[in-house]
Write a protein that binds this ligand. Structure first.
Ligand code: GLC
Ligand code: CA
Length: 540
């Protein structure tokens, strides 16, 4: 049972290593850079750090294309640096969570190099192949980064399947030998002392391309239970699967308290709300606020006692929340804190993506400044289809993954203190205004708001096990809810918009203590100012 698991009251911080801190001034963040910032992370109060992939990789998809799962990419350092990071982080009471990319490898992985030598090669069946004739792929499935999901290999007269780029061939989980190799590799990392794993696109491993199935294939949970049994269950780890196709029903399987699969999943129902129905994320639509509340409330309610939620607004694939659904101008600070207070009161394990704790914003760049394979392919594809450049750029400014990937803003020095070299991607020019150094010193900063929230989550058990109820479900501006256990009542009330509204909860809050808010605590209690957020507590 996972009743008292450490990760239930943990807060996890995501680092995108190439953009976090550069120790050797080559313009790319690295492991020694992370080690040099452990004090910062301890000060914030996080319990674990999830590192986006640092294994050896040709970097076609910034490390999500791994060519050696048991070595570190020289760009980030060495295996010794990784061991040092695990050790040093431990001294700061921080566990290191690795990113496992198990749906596909790089085409430069030796398995694939072997696999494409001949149909008889022992590694051939580690990947997904179909016979065919050149120019006529087995079916019309598309890859996530554009183009067909099938790539022709003339020497073999076969196609291989890739759900992402051509340099990310899908692994064949039907092959028990491949699965065993994966388990051995994971156990090797567990022995090195990692604190857990984030599992990249885990719901896509059981694909069945002949049936057009990408995620949630029929054998998915069978594979996951075997994986968990052979690896994770041997240690006290946190495991979180990325599952774009998760529903609450599926999430209860993944995060079953019997510990048979994973600790929790990242689900994306809330994240996908601001796009046109049945279209892509680039096809922008306004956020349906009532629906957002309904989605959160349903996940909170349905997993209560039966599974476990992850809580997040941001990651390396998503735009910055303060620019996305908040206000990155006049009310940047207020709205960034509102998102923090709103999320951290809920049940689940919160994830903070680097720079979120500073209210870092989206980047609005010319196309030349973008580096992400998805963004660059999308740009080409849409222009070829006849979209107006202006509209394509609007989509990119709103949704490009590079919004989250600009370098961490440490101080107001050159390149925001990220590097003295030439950064691999342009630093957001607002670093003079938005940076860590400034916020650590300012008791009222977004950073210190996150820090306090982390502290409260550890202090009051109601954050961990309290039952959730949505209030004012039909209110067009306010997101409010309670959490309750036998001793304590917690109330969170947030004005989600840029206008002053009446707060219909005055009576309930009269007897409660204001724990944290994003405005001067004394004034205008009857109204909620733009993006005003308050968290109240009452001991019963
Ligand atoms: C996941 C990662 C993303 C990557 C993709 C393919 O969605 O988060 O960054 O491009 O998987 O590995
Ligand atoms: Ca470097």
């Amino acid at each position: 049972m996972n009743g008292n698991k450490w990760w239930k009251n943990a807060v996890i911080y995501q680092i995108y290593p190439r953009s976090f801190a550069d120790s050797n001034q080559d313009g790319i963040g690295d492991l020694q850079g992370i080690i040099s910032r452990l004090d910062y992370l301890e000060n914030l109060g996080v319990d674990a750090v999830w590192l986006s992939p640092v294994c050896k990789s040709p970097q076609d998809d910034n490390g999500y294309d791994i060519s050696d799962y048991q070595d570190i990419d020289p760009m980030f350092g060495t295996l010794e640096d990784m061991e040092e990071l695990i050790r040093e982080a431990g001294k700061h009471n921080i566990r290191i969570i690795m990113d496992l990319v198990l749906n596909h490898s790089s085409d430069e992985h030796h398995w694939f190099q072997e696999a494409k030598k001949s149909r008889e090669n022992p590694y051939h069946d580690y990947y997904v192949w179909r016979d065919g004739v050149e120019g006529t792929p087995p079916n019309n499935m598309r890859a996530a980064f554009g183009g067909s999901a099938w790539e022709w290999v003339p020497e073999l007269q076969q196609y291989y399947f890739h759900q992402f780029s051509v340099k990310q061939p899908d692994l064949n989980w039907e092959n028990p030998k491949l699965r065993q190799e994966i388990y051995d590799m994971i156990n090797w990392w567990i022995d090195k002392g990692v604190g857990g794993f984030r599992l990249d696109v885990i719901d896509q491993i059981a694909k069945e391309p002949d049936k057009g199935i990408t995620n949630n294939g029929p054998y998915l949970h069978e594979y996951l239970r075997e994986l968990s049994r052979e690896t994770f269950q041997k240690a006290d780890l946190v495991t979180v699967g990325e599952a774009w196709g998760a529903t609450t029903e599926l999430a209860k399987l993944y995060s079953n308290p019997d510990n048979s699969e994973l600790s929790m999943v990242f689900q994306f129902e809330h994240i996908c709300l601001d796009q046109m129905e049945g279209k892509e994320k680039w096809d922008l639509a306004p956020l349906p606020f009532l629906k957002l509340k309904e989605v959160f409330a349903r996940w909170q309610r349905e997993l209560y006692g039966k599974g476990w939620n992850s809580l997040f607004w941001n990651n390396h694939d998503l735009p910055r929340i303060v620019s996305r659904w908040g206000n990155d101008g006049k009310y940047r600070i207020e709205s960034a804190k509102m998102f923090a207070i709103l999320l951290h009161g809920m049940q689940g394990t919160p994830y903070i993506y680097q720079g979120e704790e500073l209210g870092m914003t989206n980047a609005v760049y010319e196309i030349e400044e973008y580096r992400d394979i998805e963004t660059l392919n999308l740009y080409q594809e849409r222009l070829e289809k006849g979209f107006k450049k202006e509209d394509v750029m609007d989509s990119i400014h709103a949704k490009s993954r590079d919004n989250a990937r600009t370098p961490m803003q440490w101080d107001d020095g050159e390149n925001g203190g990220f590097t003295q070299g030439k950064p691999w991607i342009k630093v957001n020019p607002n670093y003079k205004e938005i940076n860590a150094l400034k916020q650590i010193e300012d008791g009222d900063s977004i950073f210190n708001c996150y820090k306090e929230l982390i502290h409260f989550r550890k202090k009051y058990p109601v954050f961990i096990e309290g039952d959730f109820s949505l209030l004012l479900a039909e209110d067009e501006n306010i997101f409010a809810y309670t959490r309750e256990d036998k001793d304590t009542l917690l109330l969170v009330v947030c004005n989600f918009y840029n206008k002053t509204v009446e707060c219909p909860l005055e009576e309930s809050v009269a007897s409660m203590k204001l724990l944290i808010s994003n405005y001067d605590k004394e004034k205008e209690q009857m109204l909620l100012r733009p993006y005003e957020a308050r968290m109240y507590l009452k001991e019963k």
